[in-house]
Design a binder for this molecule. Structure first.
Ligand SMILES: *[C@@H]1O[C@H](CO)[C@@H](O)[C@H](O)[C@H]1NC(C)=O
Ligand SMILES: *[C@@H]1O[C@H](CO)[C@@H](O)[C@H](O)[C@H]1NC(C)=O
Length: 509
């Protein structure tokens, strides 16, 4: 017995100094390192800020991607430049292959946004560190720690007065706040982890973030749950470091509030959508009233044809041929609709699917849907328009009366907004963004319809068909007015209002 005890004591004696050393480094070394770099950063920033110039750094490692997130970035920068003359903008980017001129030119071409003052780019070489394929396991944590590495590179390259993360790298916020001593803000498109993800793991649900073997094993599930809980707690803590938070939708807002617990400094600022172009389209009712000469001549030539065309009621459904867009539900709704409307009306109803087809699977899906059409004997009332140009899409929207959207729990639904801007009366799925942000059904302010299953969809369509043209016009006008909430001007207003406190305190000092 004695000897066993002493055997165990020897390693303890050996390791004790090592453990104490590590603890000392953690308790003394790390804080003093932070204090020292904080001091250094302050000195550096003071030497930079002359004549009351305020440096705003936007962290957007993929700023040349040309997606919705980038539209937010460039719109935000332009709004700041127009409003505040004393700001200098810096963008941290990892797009090493693009020169500043190329990036700005792309933004101008893609989004039609031309900045009024020059901006500075800081190129980051460590973008690999935030890419998902670097971390086959513990991806969330890996990417987040990687973003600290990337953030450190950014901070050493340039220290701004105000740091804005526009790509959701929340773990960089405490870095810039505590080490860099900056004011920090962020714009969140999508939470890194959500309460739903936690619930899926604890409920043993198989999903893209929960592999089958994990879902089946209680041991692995418990481990994973612990990891997710820990990560969610960390994510909440780093998020709360932000002095101000912007979120892009009610959906994101709900999830961020659940984890970050700082709803008082959280602002909902919808991203800028390009609704202007769609709003230029005439309403189809206005259009048929004011037919121009050329069209009248054409209608003389083929009188019967145009007569048919005029009575045609087009229902337009815009969306890629992806499974989650739920085209079968829309077909079943058409089948139900047939029982609800008189034969002569039915003959004039045409459902048009407009969408792009990306690959083989999409093609197979279209084929399946055409078969389903035959099966439900809808083939004379359904059309497929695959891979059409933007102009053709606009033509379809122009001719359409009703718009259809069937995706469950879509986070927002920009397609729904565009259809409403174009003057269609929307029937959208009663969930997600359409329910929370876009469609209002209360009498007096109705701007569209919501539905959940084929019966409800069919009833909504039948109701719309029966509306007087006056009521129809009212809904269309309400819809067009309501989408202004998602316009560029509204984004600029909301963004500047949320950012205002930073500029006020700065001009006072
Ligand atoms: C917010 O961002 C997410 C992720 O990019 C996107 O799915 C959603 O549609 C966005 N919401 C709005 C209102 O654009
Ligand atoms: C649509 O475009 C995609 C790629 O752009 C192509 O792969 C597909 O074959 C096209 N489909 C049709 C029906 O034209």
């Amino acid at each position: 017995m004695m000897s066993l005890c002493s055997w165990m004591l020897i390693p303890l004696k050996l390791f004790l100094p090592a453990i104490i050393a590590v603890l000392l480094i953690l308790i003394v070394g790390l804080p003093s390192l932070i204090i020292a770099s904080r001091y250094y950063c302050r000195k550096k920033r003071e030497s930079l800020s002359k004549d009351g110039v305020l440096h705003v750094g936007f962290f957007h490692p993929y700023c040349n991607a040309g997606g919705g997130g980038e539209r937010v970035l460039w719109c935000a920068i332009k709004a700041l430049q127009v409003r505040h003359t004393h700001v200098k903008i810096v963008v941290y980017t990892g797009d090493l292959d693009a020169s500043p001129e190329e990036i700005l030119k792309r933004a101008e071409k893609r989004f039609n946004i031309k900045l009024i003052d020059p901006i500075q780019f800081v190129y980051l070489r460590r973008r690999r560190w935030v890419e998902a394929d670097m971390y086959p396991y513990f991806t969330l944590l890996g990417q987040s720690l990687g973003s600290i590495v990337l953030g450190t590179e950014a901070l050493t390259a340039f220290i701004p007065d105000l740091y804005v993360d526009t790509m959701g790298y929340a773990f960089t916020l405490p870095l810039f706040k505590f080490v860099g001593g900056c004011n920090v803000a962020c714009y969140v498109h999508y939470p890194t982890i959500t309460g739903d993800m936690l619930r899926r793991v604890s409920g043993h649900v198989i999903a893209h973030n929960n592999r089958p073997y994990v879902a089946r094993s209680p041991f692995l599930t418990a481990g994973k749950l612990l990891y997710y809980r820990l990560f969610a707690w960390l994510y909440g803590w780093v998020g709360r470091c932000s002095d101000m938070v912007m979120v892009n939708s009610s959906w994101t807002e709900d999830h961020i509030n659940e984890l970050w617990l700082c709803s008082l400094k959280t602002h909902r600022v919808y991203p800028p959508c390009d609704v202007e172009d769609m709003k230029k389209l005439l309403l189809s009712s206005e259009n048929s009233k004011s037919q121009n000469g050329a069209e009248q001549q054409a209608s003389l030539k083929s009188k019967t044809d145009s007569k048919k065309a005029r009575n045609l009621i087009k229902i337009v459904s815009v969306g890629q041929f992806r499974p989650e867009k739920d085209h079968p539900l829309q077909l079943r709704a058409m089948y139900e609709l047939r029982q609800l409307v008189p034969e002569n009306v039915w003959d004039n109803i045409m459902l048009v699917f407009v969408g792009s087809c990306r690959n083989r699977e999409d093609q197979d899906r279209i084929k399946d849907m055409q078969d389903l059409c035959k099966h439900l004997s809808l083939e004379n009332n359904v059309q497929f328009k695959v891979n059409v140009s933007y102009d053709e899409l606009k033509k379809e929207l122009q001719e359409g009366t009703i718009g259809l959207h069937a995706m469950w729990n879509e986070h927002f639904g920009i397609g729904v907004v565009e259809c409403m801007a174009a003057g269609l009366i929307m029937v959208a799925h009663r969930s997600g963004g359409p329910l929370m942000d876009i469609i209002m059904e209360s009498e007096g302010s109705r701007n569209g319809f919501l539905a959940e299953d084929e019966t409800e969809y069919a009833q909504a369509i039948a109701t719309i068909l029966k509306l007087s043209s006056q009521t129809r016009k009212q809904i269309q006008d309400a819809a067009r007015a309501s989408v202004d909430r998602f316009s560029v001007e509204e984004f600029e207003k909301g963004f500047l209002r949320a950012m205002d406190p930073f500029f006020r305190t700065h001009s006072e000092t």
